[in-house]
Write a protein that binds this ligand. Structure first.
Ligand SMILES: Nc1ncnc2c1ncn2[C@@H]1O[C@H](COP(=O)(O)OP(=O)(O)OP(=O)(O)O)[C@@H](O)[C@H]1O
Length: 274
């Protein structure tokens, strides 16, 4: 369980987050959504103290992060962020072994037990066959799986992900989020995920926190938060919610009149020719 109360953060004198409360229980996926620059990544980073909030506190299973060392935090919280190709070429197996770092002393080599945990993590994400390949040579979807494997090898029960579906095609988007959801539901991890795609948030999150200018404007089940009433003023677009058998799909169109010659808007109702 991750809980945060009264989180405030500033870059220099510029306030970015203020008074943010958050609760992410075990076995659930909490989605952080909001427009560009609304503070999602900053909030995620305060949840594992890669940024220390100016006000408020973050608790992991009831223990304040302020009282934990970086190593203790890393044993409890794994983070998956966009990874740019590194200067140091690493094999996939070595990349996953980095997840074992919080469990061994600084200069110790990986043990057979570490290798076994890393291999199991790769197997879990269906990427064991990639173990001997260079990480930088993988596709975006493969890379994302390996980064999740590294997080699994860390054996933390809390997982924070920043836009894990970025650059992925629709199939990989669903595969990655299926995997993340499985970790929450079947392995009882606490998952907090930043997502831009509101339809993916609706499909995979138990709870959603909608941020605007560093403040929470709505929280709760996707059905309650992802409404036209909440989203239109925040994103400044028109929103239509289309009911589906197992949920809903959101469609968006700009509020401004479209440029002359633009194609018909995505959620305009189809017209019949006479
Ligand atoms: N290192 C930094 N120094 C100064 N300002 C920053 C820094 N990182 C982010 N910001 C600013 O903080 C605000 C919130 O950024 P953040 O990345 O948390 O938003 P976000 O909701 O994740 O955005 P996006 O959806 O575009 O990724 C933005 O205005 C951004 O410009």
């Amino acid at each position: 369980m991750i809980s945060a109360t009264g989180i405030g953060f500033s870059y220099g004198s510029r306030p970015i987050l203020s008074g943010v409360d958050l609760a992410a229980p075990h076995g659930q996926v909490l989605g952080l959504v909001g427009p560009n620059g609304s503070g999602k990544t900053t909030l995620l980073r305060t949840l594992h103290h890669s940024l220390v909030p100016r006000t408020g506190s973050v608790l992991i299973d009831g223990d304040a992060l302020r009282g934990l060392s970086a190593r203790e935090i890393a044993r409890r919280v794994a983070v998956v962020v966009q990874e740019s190709p590194g200067d140091l070429p690493l094999l996939v197996s070595d990349m996953v072994l980095l997840g074992r770092t919080p469990h061994r002393s600084v200069f110790a080599r990986a043990t057979d037990a570490d290798d076994a945990v890393a291999a199991e993590a790769l197997d879990r994400v269906g990427a064991l066959h990639l173990a001997d390949k260079p990480f930088d040579g993988l596709s975006g979807g493969e890379r994302q799986r390996v980064l999740i494997a590294r997080a699994l090898a860390q054996e933390s029960t809390h997982l924070l992900l920043d836009e894990p579906t970025n650059h992925l095609d629709v199939r990989y988007q669903h595969e990655v989020l299926d995997l993340v959801r499985d970790l929450a539901v079947n392995a009882h991890h606490t998952v907090v995920v930043v997502l831009h795609d509101l339809n993916l948030a609706a499909a995979y999150c138990d709870q959603v926190l909608l941020l605007q200018s560093g403040k929470v404007v709505a929280r709760g089940a996707p059905d309650v938060v992802l409404t036209a009433e909440n989203l239109e003023p925040v994103y400044e677009v028109d929103v239509r919610r289309i009911p589906l058998d197992d949920g809903f799909q959101l469609a968006f169109r700009p509020r401004r009149p479209r440029t002359q010659g633009a194609r018909s808007t995505p959620h305009a109702a189809p017209t019949r020719s006479a």
